[in-house]
Design a protein around this ligand. Structure first.
Ligand code: NAG
Ligand code: NAG
Ligand code: NAG
Length: 894
């Protein structure tokens, strides 16, 4: 309070001496221009700004002694409330006849005061009221000598995007300052596809317990990135509570807006220790020599006025305050206040009613002069546009140790960069020390919230136990889920780069209830489960309850075959080389490089034309011819499967066949409780027969109860594994993506799990899993039942490769034996060679039949029907009983 007394004395001294400037050399009488100052002197910012303002007045007139005007300051403590600031303003207007007011400090006060200022035509110059709720314009008497808060939202959003965080929580105070920027911030985050699942509003009046409770709620949600937009007094309380409950440890990320980032160097040790690892955004001020000198003097003055301060450093608010004084001093000198014979306005002692507000005659002139003033100030280029300062660059800082270090900049044009004016256009920031002294970027979310484990629902099925079934654990005697889907889910969750604890929960699929899987999925948004692992088909309509990972049912494997072809290519080349070398063919002699290139040339040119003339041995010609056939078959097989892949999109679904079923009034079976019920009902009506399990399908088909069964490919495959003989597949009748794991909507795990699924699908582990649960090894027993028509598997073409391999090896063997017997010691002089060549061709032609014989075995993929049966993992297919192998035209639905 002694400060206030001191100040009152100071004001009386200044206000009471109209000839203040007389000690000046100038003989002319100086004109005092009364200026009000409304600050909240209980806050750090208020104290800082007052130090700057009083210093600025002294500095300015010390440097400009011949100025005829003098600003006379009248400080009023506006405290925190709107009312006290309002009454302070009215008092200043009425009692002191101020021509301008610095302040008020708070945005809510400024909103109220801007009305009074407009009415009284007294410019209200604020350097701290940054809320975009208050609009300033060239005509408004509210002049914002500061950058409004909405200018920084893109910088904040860029930081969040830079660290690839997908969700953030916003914590802000419930004031005009706190609320004003939120719509802009949310827009900016949304423009970067960043979700704000939660927003916490803390009123400045909240007790510590209330703050703690709010923070504990935040700790329970998964998001670990917090954007804090608060004034320092509220912020410090939030941070110390956050630290107390362990929310500033490893894994958390905190971003503070400029309201706090500007003041990091001046907060107490306790506060800064709670803010370790925070990232902040603040307007960038270039450090000039002038600024350094100012900072030294300012610190001394501030220390004298506030001896209790622990750490001090002028914030940008102090600089703006300093520059504002200069702007006003220049403006009042320019408008030559004295010419208007400065008078104290009339005082209406009995009225502080706003209607009775005095109106400053000089107001418009002063306002115009103020907003047109521009100069290079301490805070950089000082120029008002629409009555407010414009932002140029923001600095990104990281709170480390006792202060902050710059990690980069953000400009509207360049975005993030480590240096201002660095040439790269790519977003880049320096290294950050995160909360908990961690150097690894926080993931941004946590799966275990307060030790909670993921609840994974597993459907308890009635058929097709290969996908999901429950086995008794020999040790615990508990029923644990296993099966194809579960094994993949286990492997995928284990392969995530972080530990995700989860428990399986049984969910009994009610047999015969239509859309029973949908019922299960609906439990996820209801909060009963987090995920569903099982044979859940990815359907568009199911996305209203859950999100799906990418499908985990198989798709084609072409690579293995290519590798095998390549091996045979080399193998054939080797055989050729072996045989021809024994015949001293000069193409296969000489330096190794030449030999290799020749061998490759001979083998490869087979693809284009037969190259027999260059070959000396009839054996190698045989090898080449066999290889030629193999190549022909491979080529046609690839062409066929490629064509089928390319034309899948245009494939007419076998609805024609299904249509025939409908027209002829045949009965069609479907899996009890399957989603297909809804799809089939309009078509088949009462002709639909629900069946449960492959055994029922088979018996129904055999008995003729149904003529066809409709089901998805993975089930069809399993059915065919069991009952391959005599059934055939028609399809696809309808396309589905396959099976996927269902997750809570917008689960942060989703993309990582999808990635893990794809990685697993591409790994050799997948073959083991498929072999263990699916039909992969038994395809050969049911050649006509193979659904994957376009799949060229090594298995299918093994006859071709075996045939080629045996012929080639035998040729080499014969050549070796001949060579050992010495029959070809001097082949160059042997005359019958051309004859042999001629004989060879018919011989080779004679060998065609064996190759042709091989074709039916091999040629599945090339067949028309095969191409139609394009497999993409889980397409709907219908099966009909093969009329060739069984009596009648019965069709079975699976
Ligand atoms: C003050 O003096 C400077 C030169 O010292 C001059 O440029 C300036 O115009 C003067 N200002 C006024 C208001 O007389
Ligand atoms: C805030 O500042 C930005 C950039 O300086 C400007 O585009 C915007 O209009 C301002 N908003 C308000 C409400 O004054
Ligand atoms: C102030 O009070 C005086 C006397 O009570 C009265 O004559 C005058 O009209 C009042 N002024 C206003 C503005 O109400």
């Amino acid at each position: 309070m002694e400060r206030r007394t001191l100040f009152v004395l100071f004001s009386i001294l200044l206000a009471g001496t109209p000839t203040l400037g007389q000690r000046d050399d100038s003989s002319e009488a100086l004109v005092s221009v009364n200026v009000g100052v409304i600050l909240d002197m209980g806050t750090l910012v208020g104290k800082m700004c007052w130090t700057s303002i009083s210093m600025a007045v002294d500095d300015f007139y010390a440097a400009n002694r011949n100025f005829t005007t003098r600003l006379v300051l009248h400080l009023r403590d506006g405290e925190a409330s709107v009312i006290s600031a309002g009454s302070a303003a009215l008092g200043l207007l009425h009692k002191e006849g101020v021509l301008a007011i610095f302040g008020p400090q708070k945005s809510a006060q400024a909103r109220f005061l801007s009305d009074i200022a407009d009415k009284a035509r007294v410019p209200s110059i604020s350097f701290t009221a940054t809320s975009p709720l208050i609009t300033s314009s060239a005509r408004s008497y509210f002049v914002r000598m500061a950058i409004n808060d909405s200018a920084q939202v893109d910088a904040v959003a860029s930081i969040v995007r830079y660290y690839a965080w997908r969700e953030v929580v916003i914590i802000h105070e419930d004031t005009d300052y706190g609320n004003g920027v939120i719509p802009y911030l949310i827009d900016a985050l949304q423009a970067n596809s960043i979700r704000v699942p939660h927003r916490t509003v803390i009123p400045p009046s909240a007790t510590d317990d209330q703050i703690k409770e709010e923070l504990l709620n935040l700790k329970m949600i998964q998001t670990r990135v917090f954007i804090v937009h608060m004034s320092l007094p509220v912020g410090t309380r939030v941070f110390s509570k956050a630290k107390a409950i362990g929310m500033t440890t490893k894994g958390f990320a905190w971003i503070v807006t400029d309201g706090i980032a500007n003041l990091v160097d001046s907060v107490d040790h306790e506060v800064i220790s709670a803010m370790q690892g925070f990232v902040g955004v603040k307007p960038y001020v270039p450090r000039t020599a002038e600024l350094e000198a100012f900072i030294r003097r300012w610190k001394r003055k501030y220390r004298n006025e506030n001896p209790e301060a622990e750490r001090i450093d002028p914030s940008i608010f102090s600089l703006w305050a300093y520059d504002s004084v200069r702007a006003l001093a220049l403006a009042v000198e320019k408008v030559e206040v004295k010419r208007f014979s400065f008078e104290k306005p009339r005082i209406f002692g009995n009225s502080t009613d706003l209607d009775a507000l005095i109106v400053s005659k000089m107001g418009p002139t002063i306002l115009k002069a103020v907003i047109e003033t521009s100069f290079t100030g301490l805070s950089g280029e000082f120029r008002l546009v629409n009555g407010q300062l414009q932002s140029s660059a923001y600095q990104i800082v990281n709170v480390v140790g006792n202060g902050q270090k710059g990690i980069g900049f953000w400009t509207p044009k360049r975005g993030l960069s480590p240096q201002l004016g660095s040439p790269t256009n790519k977003d880049e920031l320096g290294a950050v020390v995160w909360p908990g002294d961690s150097t690894s970027v926080p993931r941004g979310w946590e799966i275990t919230t307060g030790g909670r484990r993921l609840r994974v629902a597993v459907p308890v099925k009635h058929s097709f136990f290969e996908f999901v079934r429950f086995d008794e654990d020999p040790v615990t005697k508990e029923n644990v889920p296993t099966g194809y889907s579960i094994e993949i889910f286990d492997k995928v969750m284990k392969s995530l780069p972080y530990y995700v604890p989860f428990d399986y929960f049984h969910y009994a699929i009610r047999n015969g209830v239509s859309a029973s899987y949908d019922l299960l999925l609906q439990q996820v948004p209801a909060g009963d489960y987090d995920d569903v692992a099982g044979d859940v088909t990815i359907l568009a309509r199911r996305f209203q309850y859950v999100d799906f990972t990418l499908p985990y049912t198989e798709s084609g494997v072409y690579m293995i075959l290519w590798l095998c072809s390549l091996c045979f290519f080399v193998f054939t080349g080797f055989i050729l080389w072996g045989i021809e070398r024994m015949h001293n063919n000069e193409h296969f002699m000489g330096p190794p490089l030449q030999v290799i290139s020749n061998v490759l040339y001979f083998t490869f040119s087979t693809f284009v034309f037969a190259h027999k003339q260059e070959l000396k041995s009839s054996l190698s010609k045989t090898v080449i011819i066999v290889w030629l056939f193999a190549v022909l078959i491979l080529t046609s097989t690839y062409t066929a499967s490629l064509a089928s892949i390319l034309t899948t999109a245009n494939l007419k679904p076998a609805f024609n066949d299904v249509g025939e079923l409908v027209r002829s009034g045949k009965f069609v079976g479907y899996s009890r409780g399957s989603f297909q019920m809804d799809l089939l009902k309009p078509t088949f009506g009462s002709k639909l027969i629900p069946l449960s399990g492959p055994d029922k399908y088979a018996s129904a088909l055999t008995k003729g109860t149904v003529n066809a069964v409709l089901h998805e490919l993975p089930y069809v495959k399993l059915f065919l594994k069991k009952y391959c003989k005599g059934y055939t597949i028609i399809g696809p009748t309808q396309k589905t993506l396959g099976f996927g794991f269902a997750f809570r909507k917008n689960s942060p795990l989703l993309s990582d799990v999808s990635k893990a699924v794809v990685t697993l699908m591409q790994s050799p582990l997948m073959d083991d899993i498929e072999k263990r649960w699916m039909l992969t090894n038994d395809t050969s027993q049911c050649p006509q039942a193979d659904a994957g028509g376009s799949h060229i598997t090594l298995h299918r073409l093994r006859g071709l490769f075996v045939f080629t391999g045996i012929i080639s090896s035998m040729a080499l063997l014969v050549a070796c034996i001949e060579n050992l017997l010495g029959g070809y010691q001097n082949p160059r002089v042997r005359p019958p060679e051309p004859t042999l060549e001629e004989e060879d061709e018919p011989l080779a032609d004679d060998e065609q039949p064996p190759v042709d014989v091989g074709l039916p075995e091999i040629g599945g993929p090339g067949r028309d029907s095969g191409a139609k049966l394009e497999d993409s993992g889980g397409r709907g297919l219908s099966m009909t009983e093969n009329s060739a192998t069984s009596q009648g035209h019965r069709e079975v639905t699976v």
